[in-house]
Design a protein around this ligand. Structure first.
Ligand code: ADP
Ligand code: MG
Ligand code: MG
Length: 889
């Protein structure tokens, strides 16, 4: 049975259906489906994708079996139509159309009117009583087949057509008379002969054979291969070929052709939308030869057809339960449908359509949720350029689309200047060769960030995404001279200076000179509705990674239910804090270290008050100091001199100290809990700051005066051994209990750990026995250490790893479930084996990535935590995971 099936290469439209896309391609499967709905589709047949594969595998050979089946189907088609291909009196004309399972521009173009030759063109003229039409069709065939199959340059044809039009003073193709068109045909044929050294193929069977082969060949042309690569289309075996009886939109003013959408594809408005041309064929509408009319005008000019068209389109939409993009042709007042597919749409339109269709009871909430690609929601959450204004602008440089959004502002080359200008209310774009942690304030106050160096995971990119600030990174064409304050675009020989305006598109990576108008993100009612549905279905909590009240409040606006990661080191870079922390680092004894830390305590406490206030009772996970200390130290001479003065130590002593702190492998060096093992004072100060802030807001919030319920969760980073954790936990608990006792209040606080060192996953049970109340998987480090890939050096080879399929995805973007995921599973099993209700979360960059969210759902995580602007993405992804895994069971 199955063997018999695989020998079937050709399917009449009556034999297919919508579920056969793999074998019939999208176009073929949908034509078949519409046929079965009783819709007026011109008859035809589809040669399968499998035939294409075999053809290409055999080195471009149509097997005898295929040939026989094509022949049989052609004969059936001829019978159905009562016409014969190539018949001199009553010729059958067909179109040859490509179509793979996925929509794929780049493959071969369609050939229309196949079957015409010097004889049948006369037969067609007589039969239709329309000589002009016959010759117009013939010249179109020569042009299409000549271009697409015989690979003659398009210009050769255009040139001839234009010259004839000129000599006849014809403005449009439609102004050409029969005689003019005959002249065009003669000239076309002569040109074909000249270029190919052969006559234009007169035998329709040869025309058909050449066309089918050309479609099969086009599967492997450069454009098609690139398109599949860029769009990550994998696992398809080839394209199908559709051979379909022609219907004619160019038979006069009662004929026409057009495309329409059942709803507006850019806004989603539930209103019929489209364009058409009367007395035109096929691609004329898209080719822009004449300006097409809005389909609404058809209502006046031809109300009967319009009504019919709307009815058919609605029927198809109801059947597919999705917005349709359809092609139609009217032949002498009779309507034919030539294609239907789910219409491509903007995210706005996608969300609106999905929500509307639930209201219309066309689809369920589950289906609506599954229909939206979570990653695309990004586009709804950021400022965007006004399309009209954007159309007028020309990009001056192209970088990586590191953090989406649109930003307009004046160029500034350093962080402090950015901050001071922003404080004056100016819009600023921070432009730097690359950014570093010291730039954090400037980055925060900039409207956008542009860097010449660095990739998608560079400092600028990661931080900007975290803050939801527009960023274009890694723009190699730029030379940035931070001293001279100039920005030069090499290839354009263009130099901009401080104060000049530029516009950045973080969604495309394009940089524009001057100002482009922007529009606010529309968190429309539909978007909110979809999100509320998502919340009904999802099983896991969504938290955010946020270090500032501003980020926290953004995240809450997007629906975050807590902070899963507050990185405390970010709090130490601002003004007086960096001085105090440098003083602490450069201290040689406990006493001076404590003195420096005491200066930091009030700042840190205020930070936590701000966060607790903003989160209004939602849990807040505070990760204690994590990075290697040298990250806080000055690197340039000027700063070193300044600090040496401030601290009253000599420049050389200072330099020695900096030298001393240098590490060969800082990511595996003196950082995380290791800092607290050697300098316990650091975490002691942080514990004090957290608990003092918590007590303050419990009694009376210094910001709003209310009493907040707080659930601080203290997280110890980089734990590898049980002992590290138990030691630091004891110290934390001692301080907290003492403070709570003094304040005479009770508070539900937790102490837990980040699981990010592979060793910790192996001793996860023991860490829980030692008192850990939660785990949060730090998947950035766990990936680095688990796979042994330094994230900062991965740029040199990881792309190739992904291209060669060694890793399916970049493991720093999508969790490597097979390897790192297995470590996580082991840790969960061990941890929950000891404490059944152990809270489990994830706080790496992966936390907002849909595939990873699904993994977390399946593994029973309590929550995922991601940057504020990914919160809606995570909410939707979590709902999708819940729905998919429910229906699977
Ligand atoms: P594409 O995939 O580029 O849209 P199509 O195969 O859909 O290519 O065809 C291109 C144009 O030719 C469309 O406007 C289509 O409606 C028209 N067309 C294709 N086949 C026929 C046919 N049998 N009769 C009339 N028009 C056709
Ligand atoms: Mg086309
Ligand atoms: Mg089409």
């Amino acid at each position: 049975m199955s063997q018999k099936k695989s020998n079937k290469f050709v399917y009449a439209f009556e034999e297919g259906n919508r579920n056969m896309k793999e074998i019939l391609g999208g176009k073929g499967a949908n034509l078949a489906e519409m046929k079965s709905l009783g819709i007026n589709v011109p008859p035809g047949f589809t040669i399968s994708t499998q035939a294409c594969k075999i053809y290409n595998d055999l080195g471009k050979k149509i097997t005898p079996e295929m040939e026989t089946q094509i022949k049989t189907n052609l004969i059936n088609l001829e019978k159905k139509m009562g016409k014969k291909l190539g018949d001199a009196k009553n010729p059958l004309l067909v179109s040859v159309r490509s179509g793979a399972a996925a929509s794929m521009p780049g493959m071969m173009d369609t050939i229309l009117n196949l079957g015409l030759n010097d004889q049948s063109v006369i037969g067609l003229a007589e039969k239709t009583g329309n000589e002009r039409f016959a010759w117009d069709s013939y010249r179109r065939l020569i042009q299409m087949l000549g271009n697409v199959v015989l690979e003659i340059d398009h210009d050769e044809f255009e040139h001839i057509l234009e010259s004839v039009k000129e000599s006849k003073k014809a403005k449009f193709d439609t102004d050409l008379s029969t005689e003019d068109l005959k002249e065009v045909v003669t000239k076309y044929k002569a040109m074909v002969k000249k270029v190919t050294k052969k006559d234009f193929p007169q035998d329709p069977k040869v025309q058909l054979d050449l066309s089918i082969k050309a479609v099969f060949n086009s599967w492997n042309n450069y454009r098609a291969i690139r398109y599949r690569e860029i769009n990550n289309i994998k696992g398809l075996i080839g394209t199908a070929v559709n051979v379909q009886a022609m219907v004619f939109g160019n038979l006069g003013e009662d004929s026409g052709t057009g495309v329409c959408f059942t709803r507006n594809p850019s806004t989603g408005e539930a209103k019929f939308y489209g364009e058409y041309l009367m007395n035109a064929q096929g691609e004329d509408v898209v080719a822009g030869i004449r300006t097409p009319l809005a389909v609404s005008t058809l209502q006046k000019s031809n109300p009967k057809i319009y009504k019919e068209l709307v009815a058919v389109c609605n029927k198809v939409e109801k059947h597919y339960k999705d917005m349709q993009d359809m092609e139609f042709t009217i032949e002498k007042g009779v309507l034919y449908i030539l294609q239907a597919r789910n219409g491509k749409r903007t995210v706005e339109a996608g969300v609106k359509t999905a929500v509307d269709m639930v209201k219309e009871k066309l689809i369920t909430k589950e289906e609506a949720i599954l229909r939206i690609d979570p990653n695309q929601l990004n586009q709804l959450l950021h400022k965007q350029f006004d399309q009209k204004s954007l159309n007028k602008a020309e990009a001056i440089a192209q970088g990586l689309p590191a953090s989406p959004g649109a930003a307009v502002g004046e160029i500034v080359f350093n962080a402090s200047e950015t901050l001071s200008k922003a404080e004056k209310g100016l819009s600023v774009i921070l432009v730097r060769t690359e950014t570093s942690p010291e730039d954090i304030d400037g980055m925060h106050s900039a409207k956008g960030i542009l860097t010449a160096r660095g990739g998608m995971t560079s400092h600028a990119a990661v931080v900007a995404r975290g803050m939801g600030t527009c960023c274009v990174a890694g723009c190699p064409d730029l030379i940035i001279d931070e001293k001279k304050k100039t920005l030069t675009i090499k290839s354009k020989g263009l130099t901009l200076k401080e104060g000049d305006f530029i516009s950045l598109d973080g969604s495309t990576g394009k940089v524009y000179a001057g100002k482009i108008e922007t529009k606010e993100p529309e968190l429309s009612g539909n978007f909110g509705k979809l999100m509320s549905w998502a919340d009904e279905y999802r099983k896991i909590g969504i938290r955010t990674n946020a270090d500032t009240p501003k980020d926290a409040s953004t995240a809450r606006k997007f629906g975050a239910e807590g902070i899963g990661l507050c990185r405390t080191e970010h709090m130490f870079f601002e003004g007086p804090r960096i001085k105090a922390i440098r003083e602490m680092i450069l201290s040689n004894d406990i006493e001076s270290r404590k003195k420096a830390l005491a200066k930091l305590l009030p700042f840190q406490r205020d930070d936590f008050v701000g966060l607790f206030h903003t989160m209004e009772g939602f849990p807040v996970t505070v990760r204690f100091l994590d990075p290697p200390l040298h990250e806080f130290l000055p690197t340039n001479e000027k700063d070193i001199v300044e600090i040496s003065k401030e601290m009253g130590v000599s420049v050389s002593v200072l330099k020695n100290k900096i030298e001393e702190l240098h590490e060969f492998n800082p990511m595996l060096g003196h950082r995380g809990c290791r800092l607290a093992v050697t300098f316990p004072e650091i975490y002691e100060m942080q514990t004090n700051a957290v608990i003092e802030a918590a007590i303050l807001v419990t009694k009376k919030c210094p910001i709003c005066g209310k009493k907040h319920k707080v659930t601080p969760e203290i997280m110890i980073p980089l734990v590898a051994t049980t002992k590290e954790f138990s030691m630091l936990r004891e110290s934390v608990i001692e301080i907290v209990e003492k403070k709570l006792k003094e304040a005479k209040i009770k508070m539900a606080y937790k102490v837990g750990t980040m699981i990010e060192v592979p060793r910790a996953t192996m001793v996860a049970d023991k860490i829980v026995e030692a008192g850990a109340e939660f785990f949060s998987f730090g998947t950035n480090d766990l990936t680095q250490m688990g796979a042994g890939i330094s994230r900062d050096d991965a740029g040199k080879f990881l792309k190739e790893y992904v291209a060669k399929g060694i890793y399916e995805n970049d493991p720093f973007e999508t969790l490597d479930q097979e390897g790192v995921g297995e470590l996580i599973k082991i840790a969960i099993k061990k941890g929950r084996g000891v404490k059944k209700d152990l809270k489990i979360g994830i706080c790496g960059e992966h936390g907002g990535e849909p595939k990873t969210v699904e993994f977390c759902h399946k593994e029973g995580f309590s929550y995922v935590s991601c940057s504020p602007f990914r919160v809606p993405i995570a909410r939707l992804a979590a709902a999708q995971a819940a729905i998919k895994n429910k229906t699977k069971k």
